[in-house]
Design a protein around this ligand. Structure first.
Ligand SMILES: NC(=O)c1ccc[n+]([C@@H]2O[C@H](COP(=O)([O-])OP(=O)(O)OC[C@H]3O[C@@H](n4cnc5c(N)ncnc54)[C@H](OP(=O)(O)O)[C@@H]3O)[C@@H](O)[C@H]2O)c1
Length: 424
């Protein structure tokens, strides 16, 4: 259709050009020859410009849209220049100071407050079966909690799923039995994992907004407290919407139910994405870190080696947490006893022997030396110890109360012995 129109216009221009030259009687011969093609070129140029204007916008576009609104969708919407980014809004002040996650000073009067460790409550509450707990489970929890307090630990780590909620429930009973205890401790719990079989569904991660809010309300009830000091998102949920997560967390904060937030098993890019949507700073990231689970330190030195290929630890996570004041917490810090009674491999046996030698030399326990290996690292790692046995908790006393006593050489000797193979 457009081509036909163009041809019509060209013929008309050609005829007009010849007519114009005939009218000017005494036109030279060259003008008679040149006028028609010049008229065609001029008409073509004018038509071309008109079509360009119609397609690309401007007055032509407005005219088309006005005359044929149905053609609007055929017009190309070209992106204009990028608008300037909105100004950064400063973070609002928190209504209460952030919870202290493992202060590193010891009070001269009480000897307390010096805990460099957290106590992990996953072992409290009896069996992993969903049934009820009994009075003996509460007594055992009370003994463990008091052993932890005795070595200066004041931060207690929970999760809604530990023993199907029974770990939080027995801890709540211990709080109820011990006047004033709630004010002396920092309570941390987690949500985001659904165990298989719960509500008849499969095991999965669930960080949908309403789920987060419901799980926190349930934890508050079990822990018999008004406020959770720190809530960690247990594991990233690939289906979750970060805006929805942030909305749920800010609503919990606004209602005064949670004082601060953190993450667990989460890498730097995911932390940054969530933080960008929150009005409060994330305060902690809990990861598996120990002399047995060494990816956190080895991912930084095995770069460019075959051994380092496929390392699961997100590179840069340690540094990101350090730079943003996010406290690193090490779960599995005692390596589930692999170096202090449950050793199975030659490397574990050799490490256990070395830990005993070092402990003898320094007048402490192998457990404390094992934890010093973590706290000696400059990332400021706070180990979470998970044994429920009071004697094993007390064996960690020096790690809780004293600065790590390991030389550069001793630290490397422990590392390479546990690896069982030399460093690259
Ligand atoms: N964020 C997460 O994804 C995540 C995952 C797991 C755990 N956590 C947290 O981290 C805490 C610690 O984790 P964890 O329990 O796996 O690690 P852990 O402290 O390294 O290990 C403690 C576990 O090992 C057992 N064990 C056996 N022999 C032992 C020995 N000689 N010395 C010490 N422990 C021995 C303990 O049993 P006994 O009680 O009989 O001593 C207990 O079950 C948990 O309580 C929980 O709060 C977090």
């Amino acid at each position: 259709m457009g081509l036909l129109l163009l041809n019509g216009f060209a013929l008309a221009a050609f005829a007009f050009g010849r007519l114009a030259v005939r009218l000017v009687r005494r036109a030279p011969a060259w003008a008679y020859a040149a006028a028609p093609p010049l008229a065609v070129i001029a008409t073509g140029w004018a038509l071309g410009w008109l079509m360009w204007a119609l397609v690309r916008g401007g007055p032509g576009r407005a005219a088309v849209v006005a005359v044929r609104p149905d053609r609007r969708r055929h017009l190309v919407d070209l992106p204009g220049p990028h608008p300037p980014p909105p100004p950064l809004t400063p973070l609002p002040a928190l209504s209460a100071p952030l919870p202290r996650l493992c202060p590193v000073t010891v009070s001269a009067e009480t000897g307390r407050g010096g805990g460099r460790l957290l106590y992990g409550c996953m072992g409290l509450g009896g069996s992993w079966e969903p049934g009820p707990y009994g009075p003996r489970d509460v007594d055992a929890a009370e003994e463990a909690v008091h052993a932890a307090l005795d070595i200066g630990i004041t931060v207690f780590d929970h999760a809604d799923i530990y023993r199907h909620g029974k770990a939080e429930a027995v801890f709540g009973e211990v709080l109820a039995r011990t006047p004033g205890l709630r004010d002396r401790v920092t309570l941390q719990t987690k949500c985001g994992i659904r165990l298989p079989g719960r509500e008849g569904g499969p095991g999965m991660y669930d960080l949908r907004g309403p789920t987060i809010v419901r799980r926190v309300e349930e934890s508050l009830e079990r822990l018999r407290t008004d406020v959770i000091d720190v809530l960690l998102l247990h594991r990233p949920d690939p289906l979750a919407d970060p805006d929805e997560i942030a909305g749920a967390l800010m609503s919990l904060h606004g209602r005064g139910l949670v004082r601060a937030f953190g993450v667990s098993n989460t890498g730097a890019p995911q932390i940054a994405r969530l933080q960008a949507r929150l009005d409060v700073p994330l305060v902690a990231n809990q990861l598996e870190m120990s002399l047995h689970s060494r990816a956190w330190v080895e991912s930084g030195v095995l770069l460019n080696t075959p051994e380092g290929a496929g390392h699961g630890f997100a590179p840069g996570t340690l540094e990101h947490c350090l730079d943003h004041g996010i406290r690193l917490q090490a779960w599995g810090a005692l390596a589930q006893g692999r170096f202090t009674g449950r050793q199975r491999t030659p490397a574990e046996r050799a490490t256990a022997t070395l830990l005993e030698e070092l402990a003898r030399k320094k007048g402490t326990t192998p457990e404390s030396v094992l934890l010093w290996w973590l706290t000696r690292h400059p990332a400021g790692i706070a180990p979470v110890i998970g044994t429920a046995r009071p004697d094993r908790i007390r064996a960690c006393r020096d790690a809780a109360l004293k600065a790590p006593d390991l030389t550069h050489e001793e630290w490397y000797e422990l590392w390479t012995t546990a690896r069982g193979v030399p460093l690259p």
